[in-house]
Design a protein. Structure first.
Length: 311
């Protein structure tokens, strides 16, 4: 048979890999009608009709509904436009399946109950914009109420959870805990107290930033002291406290005296909330940041040493 030969429905089924029932269905729905009917009433298809059926088979295999298929065949929508739309839809579906898989893995690892599983899934499927709004609401309700250190406020606002499309169970669990933490009223009240303290310090003339160098100095000197087995109340701790208070005096342009030590102690006590450290560690897990050292033992030692050597 040449290309202009009319073919029976059985021959078309063999050529297109469609069933006879499917070809009849598309004809009845006026998607691909037979080219002609034989004198005996049998459906016959020419080359153009067969090509349309092959296109229908391909579009349906890609998950397109009959309305969309008809629009493509009628040239109401181009194949490229339809393909782009469905590719976007598949991206969303793939992400949903990945999140669902991550939830199931996390449930298996944590032996979660049904309530925790439902909460985990509800939080996981939030869009990136919704996750960002959760953090923005937290910042607005805490730092946003006060004229706190602007560098700190900017850091918190810029550090948002960026849950990947295919999160690990650890990332998912961290995001769930982080979402609960920023909505905890007691934690928010503690952060507001820190922001209020910063605002009072700014009003008193403190214009310094985030003090990364100062933090690193504390981490290094105190870390070495802990490694050497030096207790915070011991006489050997005096030299370390002296070295650090001298660094504080330089950073904040204040006299290195007893008043400075009491002021440093107040700063440390205001910031002494393990949930703050937990907040940053959870954020780091969600965003897959490099592991950061745990500074809680460092500043606990420094606080105890200051209390012992404040005079």
């Amino acid at each position: 048979m040449d290309d202009d030969t009319l073919r029976t429905i059985g021959e078309v089924a063999a050529r297109t890999a469609l069933t006879v029932k499917a070809i009849r269905f598309y004809a009845d729905r006026d998607i691909v009608a037979p080219t002609v009917f034989s004198p005996a009433g049998h459906r016959l298809y020419d080359t153009a009709a067969i090509a349309r059926l092959e296109l229908v088979r391909t579009l349906r295999a890609l998950g397109m509904d009959l309305t969309t298929v008809r629009a493509v065949l009628d040239r109401e929508s181009s194949t490229a436009e339809v393909a782009a739309t469905h590719a976007d839809a598949l991206d969303v579906e793939i992400r949903t399946l990945r999140v669902r898989r991550a939830v199931l893995r996390a449930v298996a690892d944590r032996d979660s109950d049904q309530r925790e599983m439902e909460l985990m899934h509800r939080l996981a499927v939030l869009s990136a914009a919704e996750r960002h709004r959760l953090i923005e609401d937290f910042v607005d309700d805490t730092f946003g109420r006060y004229a706190a250190n602007p560098a700190m406020v900017e850091l918190v606002r810029a550090s948002v959870p960026d849950l990947p499309d295919d999160p690990t169970p650890d990332q998912l669990a961290a995001w769930m805990e982080l979402a609960e933490l920023v909505q905890d009223n007691d934690f928010r009240a503690a952060v507001r107290r820190m922001a209020d303290y910063q605002a009072r310090e700014r009003a008193a003339g403190d214009t310094t930033g985030l003090h990364h160098d100062l933090t690193e100095a504390v981490r290094t000197l105190v870390g070495d002291a802990i490694a050497a087995g030096i207790g915070p109340q011991s006489a050997a701790a005096t030299l370390i406290v002296d070295a650090l208070t001298a660094r504080y005096a330089t950073t904040f342009d204040r006299p290195d005296d007893t008043a400075l030590r009491r002021w440093i102690l107040e700063r440390l006590e205001v910031a002494d909330d393990p949930r703050v450290q937990r907040y940053w560690r959870l954020l780091g897990t969600v965003n897959a940041w490099p592991d950061q050292p745990d500074l809680a033992p460092i500043f606990t030692w420094f606080t105890q040493a200051l209390r012992a050597h404040v005079a």
